[in-house]
Write a protein that binds this ligand. Structure first.
Ligand code: ADP
Length: 461
């Protein structure tokens, strides 16, 4: 999580964007200025210092070409914020000079285009901290005052736009320059205060978001602790059930055995639920970067995982087949890999009738491996297929079949697969079976970016 940006810092992306923007605006000016000049010279037939004006426009085009080349060559390279900031300051100063020359040679305060200075003030206030922006604004005001004074004192010639005498130009100079300066100052003030307000809001939101994330982490850790505490005693109870059932503690009658078997089934279900909650809380409290990556022998992992579920499956007269490409290995996280496979196999057993087969397979698929867990079970209705990955969601049918269940299994699988950089798809047909396809990158380098991860659901009807 990025820490909130202090208001004083210049953001490289903003700067980069504004520079590109300025370059485009300057290209418009490079074409627009000569066009305006041609119109003034040949159509409106206004007397102006044309050589100086065309020269300035040419200079603008040339310098903008230099900026474009610099910008284009150094984009995404080793230029830092400081380089860009320096380049931007140079650009602003040169722009001021160019605009000043253009309006100076075409009437200065008489020329309405002198208000174009406002654009620069607006854009610089987006980028720079208020102090620097005000320096520019005050500098600009002083420059305008200096040129006006020099014109009226006769130190530099005044190039009139509308044939007014110097006396009448100078008698209007004070209100005109005051109006211009006030416009510059007000624009700067407005933009700066809007920007500071937006930034303050952004920071407040970020702080709030971090607070919620923290609370969420605390909650997950709490669940993790509580479920861990619960697991120990319940596992012990299950162990004692087992001992009594095996007759280790002495002979027991059939009735006792039958009741105890029921108790044991419920205890095992409870343990499964607790394990799911532990996995879920673990996934929520752990950040992806903390997962350890190791080499996994897919063949062995699959067989081990199937063996773990064999008693459960046999108890329901369900057989499990493993079909794995020999020698297949992936770089992945063992915990997440096991959680994924374990949950899918467990679901396949839970939601299949007796005398059916579950197939677990793994094959190479380009840079990925493709894992498949398919069953010949009850299937999932098409309209519920989207929801099964949601937390605590259980289908109606599932609730009827299995009283105990959390609806956390598939959300855990989804998170695990995402953390491993993979993707998951489900295909299902009611009363025919369900198949989960998972693609996992074979090594860390080929992990997809977050944007590309997806879940797809498919149903055959
Ligand atoms: P739980 O199994 O605890 O209900 P899950 O998150 O593992 O929760 O699964 C969500 C729902 O998806 C289940 O309630 C069930 O309806 C459905 N489901 C998952 N796997 C299968 C499957 N192999 N066959 C049929 N339905 C399934």
């Amino acid at each position: 999580m990025a820490t909130p940006q202090p208001a004083q810092r210049v953001d490289l992306r903003d700067l980069y964007r504004v520079i590109r923007w300025f370059i485009s605006i300057r290209w418009v000016a490079t074409i627009g200025v000569p066009l305006t000049l041609v119109t003034a010279q040949f159509i409106l037939k206004i007397e102006l210092a044309y050589p100086a004006l065309y020269g300035t426009a040419g200079f603008l085009g040339m310098i903008n070409l230099v900026y474009s080349l610099l910008h284009w060559r150094n984009a995404d390279r080793h230029w830092t914020v400081n380089h860009y900031t320096a380049l931007f300051h140079v650009q602003i100063l040169v722009d001021y000079l160019v605009l000043l020359l253009l309006v100076y040679f075409s009437g200065f305060l008489e020329n309405p285009f002198i208000y174009f200075f406002v654009f620069h003030v607006l854009l610089t206030s987006f980028i720079f901290p208020p102090a620097i922006m005000w320096m520019y604004v005050v500098g600009l005001m002083m420059l305008i005052a200096a040129v006006t004074s020099a014109e009226c004192l006769g130190w530099v010639p005044h190039f009139t736009l509308s044939d007014v005498s110097l006396v009448s130009y100078c008698s209007n100079a004070l209100p005109r320059s005051a109006g211009l300066c006030a416009t510059l100052a007000i624009s700067a003030y407005l933009i700066t205060s809007i920007r500071l307000r937006i930034e303050a809001k952004g920071r407040a939101i970020e702080i709030e978001l971090n607070r919620y994330k923290n609370l969420d982490r605390i909650k997950s850790n709490f669940i993790l602790q509580v479920t861990h505490e619960l697991r120990g005693p319940i596992a012990a109870v299950s162990g004692y059930h087992d001992m009594i059932l095996r007759g280790i503690t002495g002979e027991i009658g059939d009735k006792t055995a039958s009741s105890l078997q029921k108790a044991e089934r419920r205890t095992t279900n409870l343990l499964t639920i607790i394990d799911e909650m532990i996995d879920y809380a673990y996934m929520r409290s752990e950040s992806e970067s903390r997962y350890r990556w190791t080499e996994i022998q897919v063949d062995r992992s699959l067989t081990e995982m199937v063996d773990k579920h064999l008693t459960h499956a046999q108890g329901r007269r369900i057989s499990i087949q493993v079909d794995c490409e020999p020698g297949l290995t992936i770089q992945s996280n063992r915990d997440l890999f096991d959680i994924t496979l374990g949950n899918l196999i467990n679901n396949a057993i839970k939601y299949s009738p007796a005398d059916t087969t579950i197939t677990v397979s793994a094959h190479r698929d380009g840079e990925d491996i493709k894992l498949q867990v398919s069953d010949q079970g009850y299937g999932i209705e098409a309209d519920q297929l989207e929801q099964i990955f949601e937390e605590f969601y259980r289908t109606r049918h599932a609730r009827e079949l299995e009283r105990d269940g959390t609806g956390l299994g598939l959300p855990i699988v989804k998170r695990a697969v995402e953390s491993l950089g993979g993707r998951i798809r489900v295909y299902s047909e009611v009363n025919r079976g369900t198949r989960f396809d998972i693609w996992l990158p074979r090594d860390e380098q080929h992990q997809d970016s977050v944007e590309e991860r997806d879940i797809e659901t498919h149903s055959h009807h």
